[in-house]
Design a protein around this ligand. Sequence first.
Ligand SMILES: Nc1nc2c(ncn2[C@@H]2O[C@H](COP(=O)(O)OP(=O)(O)OP(=O)(O)O)[C@@H](O)[C@H]2O)c(=O)[nH]1
Ligand SMILES: [Mg+2]
Length: 288
Amino acid sequence: MFPPAIAPYLDVGAYLLDARAPASTLYLDKLLVGKELLLLTRSAQADARATKRWHAYFRAAGYPCFVVDSLKATGFDGVLDYLAGLLRQKQELASRRGMQNPVLRMAALGVPNVGKSTFLNQLIGRHRFKTGDKPGITRGYQWVRLFNDVEVLDTAGVLRDPRLLNRRKACWMLLNLLVYDAALREETVELLRVSLPEPAWRKLQAYYHIPPEHFARGDWLELLESVARRRGRGVDSDEEVDRTARQLLRDFQRGRFGRVTIEYAGESPVTSPLFATPDHGPLTADGV
Ligand SMILES: Nc1nc2c(ncn2[C@@H]2O[C@H](COP(=O)(O)OP(=O)(O)OP(=O)(O)O)[C@@H](O)[C@H]2O)c(=O)[nH]1
Ligand SMILES: [Mg+2]
């Protein structure tokens, strides 16, 4: 979150969305309307065709949008060109008004652990912002100069609207945007189960050495049983269920089952209240 007093000085609100679940990770800020830049990040972990559709969907809705992966350093040329274009516009406007040396200011925004600091580090080409694989690494906010005339602001992940958040918790936990919570394990493992495409199932089966006769896609607990059995364990106690669920989620998050997209453009509604869809105009907070 950034202090509201900064908003008028920001030219770009760069929203980092997880390419695997863009609908659940987009929360537009009312202080930055018209300054949005959407970045579909972690794209190397998402299904490439699904990400392409999201990209087209956001472009059709009128938002500048780029597909990036901050660890693989892909997609950054497009972002830099876009920022250079904005800077030129700002310089032209400033010179018409007799002002000199304007600075373009951009804030990286998005849910905890989505990859804001990693994106900025890659953009800057140096490790200036602290990163880590659990939510809540960045505290407060921090400015860094990208070039002489571009400054970027790193912010802490925001959990703002509890009503929207409650419906997204399982998705966030699946993507490691929320720390493991036993109360959400059933919903989260079930979401993983129904989201895995056939090739990912085959990878999962091979990864845990699950023989076909043991392999059941039946329900979330059967899936955990199959995973636990590989280690000669069961899921007879709460602790064992938790241990196995954590392991399964961790393996998914490390990409052991390949590229998996959880939400598809046109199927999962974006519920951020300020978002305007291509067809329906602004949505209400309930996404209807
Ligand atoms: N594969 C992949 N991993 C990424 C990418 N971006 C970030 N990560 C990983 O995601 C984790 C979180 O990254 P951060 O940059 O710390 O996330 P953040 O949004 O700044 O998190 P907070 O400051 O806690 O809100 C780290 O382990 C990163 O290595 C990406 O594009 N691809
Ligand atoms: Mg951070």
